[in-house]
Design a protein around this ligand. Structure first.
Ligand SMILES: [Zn+2]
Length: 445
C-alpha cells in the first residue's frame, strides 16, 4: 500500500469489502449483498461535514506514496535516496528524473504521484544551496532554462540560489537576475523570503503548518482537492441543526461508539426501516411489526404506540405526539429534543432510549421476541449505569508512567536485521558483516 500505486480495479474491490463490512459486519462467503443506504462518498466525509471520517482507500494509497516520495526528495533515508539516484537519475535531481526508463513498480508508482510533490512542495531558502536548474525553489523553476537571456554572459552562469545574491549578503541581486533571466523573473524571485540562518535550504510542504509532509497531511490535501458539494436535496440533505447535533454527539464522552454510529445512521436517514429497506426488495415487509402501520423512522421512534408508551413512561416523561412534525421526519423531532442547551446526560438518555427501541424492533421483527415497555426502560437504565461505571473506572486508572525522553538510540542510518522473506526490488543485500555498508543496503518494499 505504501510502495505501489494500486490499480483502480483492485482499489474498488477493497472498497467494496470495507463497505460490505461496514453495513453488514463479517459475512459468509456466499452471503447476499447488504443494503447500502447511504452513499460511500457521504460516509467518507469528515465528521465535521456530516460523514463518519472513514478514509478512502484510494487516497490512503496515494498519500502513503506521496509521503514516500517526500522522504526520497528530502533525503530522510539517505541510503534509499542514494540508491534510487544511482539507478534512475544519476545525472539529474529527483525533480528532473527521466520518466521513460526501465523501472521497478515502486519507482513507477513514485513517478505517477510525483506531480503532487511538484504542486505542493518548495525549498525554503536559508543558505542558498538549492540548485537553480533542478530543484523547486521558485514557481517557474522548471522553466528557468527557457528564461535564460540570449545576452547573458555564458562564462558565469549561476548554479545555486546564493549565486543570485549580492556578494556576502542575503539580498537578491536584481540586476543579475534580470541579466540572466529577464525582468519577469525579478518580480517572481524577489518575492521569495530568505531565512536568516546558515543551515541548508530545506524542503517544505505547503499545506502543512509545520512544513513537513506526512501521510495525514497528504491525505487531507487529496481529500480537499475536489470536495463533493454537500447535497441539500432529498434524503442526502444535511440541515445545519442536524450537523450541529452530530457534532455534539461525536463530542459526548458519555456515549459509547455504537450509540454514536447509530445516531449517525438515524440522522443521516440510513437505518433499514421497513419503508426504506422495502424499496429494495418486495420480500421486505414495509409494515411495523408492532402495529401494522408503515414503518418510517418517524413512526418507529416516535409515533408507534409502543414508542409513545416508552417515552411517556421515561423520566422525565415526553409526549411525543406533541413534537413538531414536518417534511424532514425524524430529523425534525430529534432537533426539537436535542437543543444546544440539552445536557450531555439527557442526550445520553435520549439516544440510549432510541437505541433500545431499535433493538426491541429488531427482536420483534427477526426473532419474534416481544419487549415490554418496562423492559426497554430497564435496559436503558442499565446501559447508562454500565457506561458511567466504565467512564469512572477509566478516569480513576493511574496514568501510565511518563517515558523518559530521548531514550531511543540515535538513528544511525543502518537498517534493522530482517529475518524472513523479503522482496527486493531496487537493491539486494548480503548479510555479510565483512562487507561494506553499501553492500548491506536493502530496500524493504
Ligand atoms: Zn408501529
Amino acid at each position: 500500500m505504501a510502495h505501489v500505486l494500486l490499480k483502480k480495479k483492485l482499489l474498488a474491490k477493497i472498497t467494496a469489502v470495507i463497505r460490505n463490512f461496514w453495513w453488514a459486519g463479517v459475512q459468509e462467503e456466499d452471503a447476499s449483498q447488504p443494503l447500502h443506504l447511504r452513499a460511500w462518498e457521504d460516509i467518507c466525509r469528515d465528521k465535521a461535514q456530516g460523514g463518519l471520517g472513514i478514509k478512502r482507500i484510494d487516497l490512503v494509497n496515494k498519500s502513503l506514496l506521496i509521503k514516500m516520495a517526500w522522504s526520497i526528495a528530502s533525503y530522510q533515508d539517505p541510503y534509499l535516496s542514494a540508491i534510487l539516484k544511482a539507478k534512475y537519475y544519476p545525472s539529474n535531481s529527483f525533480w528532473t528524473a527521466p520518466l521513460h526508463t526501465p523501472r521497478s513498480i515502486f519507482w513507477a508508482s513514485i513517478l505517477k504521484i510525483k506531480n503532487y510533490l511538484h504542486e505542493h512542495s518548495f525549498y525554503q531558502i536559508a543558505k542558498g544551496n538549492t540548485n537553480i536548474w533542478s530543484q523547486p525553489w521558485v514557481a517557474s523553476w522548471n522553466n528557468m532554462h527557457d528564461r535564460l537571456q540570449d545576452n547573458a554572459p555564458r562564462t558565469s552562469i549561476p548554479n545555486i540560489v546564493s549565486d543570485l545574491w549580492i556578494q556576502h549578503t542575503k539580498h537578491w541581486d536584481t540586476q543579475k537576475i534580470e541579466l540572466f533571466f529577464g525582468p519577469q523573473s525579478v518580480q517572481e524571485v524577489t518575492k521569495i523570503q530568505i531565512i536568516n540562518h546558515h543551515h541548508d535550504d530545506y524542503l517544505c510542504w505547503d499545506t502543512s503548518i509545520t512544513g513537513t509532509c506526512t501521510a495525514k497531511e497528504a491525505y487531507l490535501m487529496l481529500a480537499n482537492q475536489n470536495p463533493a458539494p454537500i447535497n441539500n436535496q432529498g434524503s442526502r440533505s444535511l440541515p445545519q441543526p442536524i450537523l450541529h447535533i452530530l457534532n455534539i454527539i461525536w463530542r459526548n464522552s458519555l456515549l459509547q461508539p455504537r450509540l454514536k454510529t447509530f445516531t449517525w445512521r438515524l440522522l443521516r436517514q440510513a437505518l433499514a426501516t421497513g419503508q426504506r429497506a422495502g424499496r429494495f426488495s418486495q420480500h421486505i415487509d414495509e409494515k411495523c411489526a408492532c402495529c401494522g402501520n408503515l414503518e418510517t423512522d418517524n413512526h418507529l421512534f416516535f409515533s408507534c404506540h409502543f414508542a409513545r408508551a416508552v417515552w411517556f413512561a421515561g423520566t422525565p416523561s415526553i409526549r411525543t405526539d406533541l413534537l413538531p412534525q414536518g417534511p424532514q421526519g425524524v430529523q425534525q423531532e430529534v432537533s426539537s429534543l436535542i437543543t444546544p442547551t440539552t445536557s450531555m446526560q439527557e442526550i445520553q438518555r435520549l439516544i440510549t432510549t432510541m437505541w433500545f427501541l431499535w433493538k426491541a424492533r429488531n427482536d420483534l421483527r427477526f426473532n419474534k421476541k416481544e419487549w415490554k415497555v418496562s423492559h426497554v426502560l430497564h435496559a436503558v437504565k442499565a446501559d447508562i449505569h454500565i457506561s458511567h461505571t466504565i467512564t469512572q473506572e477509566l478516569q480513576n486508572q493511574p496514568s501510565a508512567p511518563t517515558q523518559p525522553q530521548n531514550t531511543a538510540p540515535p538513528h544511525n542510518n543502518t537498517l534493522p536485521p530482517f529475518p524472513g522473506t523479503r522482496c527486493y526490488v531496487d537493491a539486494a543485500i548480503t548479510p555479510d558483516a565483512q562487507r561494506s555498508n553499501q553492500d548491506k543496503l536493502a530496500l524493504e518494499f
